[in-house]
Design a protein around this ligand. Structure first.
Ligand code: NI
Length: 139
């Protein structure tokens, strides 16, 4: 009843490379194009975190967006912003740094802390470029 979905956007800038070490240079370049550049490249990512809940009688809020902002910053942005996703981010170690894998890893880090507030994480959207983004609903 009266379920409302609210979204907070946060941004981070990070470097990555898409590279499968099991493949030779040519196959990596064919598959990943510019994203296979050996000396890295960066994106200005936009992360949209949507939570759902019922507005509380005393505040009118489902969730205080300041609290959501703080959770996203603590668990995600501080680890990713101005970092190399392949090399610097422990929770992306050993994973292909694709938008798909990044968004799944972000979900896994946020779902617990958000549920502790009494709200429910509903979806994530991660924009890698103006034209490319992924969405994830937790399964
Ligand atoms: Ni890229």
């Amino acid at each position: 009843m009266n379920t409302v979905y609210i979204t907070r956007r946060e941004r981070f800038n990070a470097a990555h490379k898409l590279w499968n070490p099991a493949w030779d240079d040519q196959k990596n370049e064919e598959m990943f194009g510019k994203c296979s550049n050996k000396n890295w490249h960066g994106h200005n990512y936009n992360l949209f975190v949507t939570v759902k809940g019922t507005p509380k009688a005393d505040t009118g809020y489902c969730m205080d967006l300041k609290v959501l902002k703080d959770i996203i910053n603590e668990y995600i942005i501080e680890d990713l912003d101005h970092k190399n996703i392949n090399l610097d981010v422990a929770w992306m170690a050993g994973k292909m740094a694709s938008t798909e894998n990044i968004i799944i890893a972000i979900w896994d880090r946020l779902v617990g802390p958000i549920s502790e507030t009494g709200c429910t994480l509903h979806s994530l959207k991660l924009e890698e470029t103006e034209n490319n983004y992924a969405e994830y609903f937790g399964n």
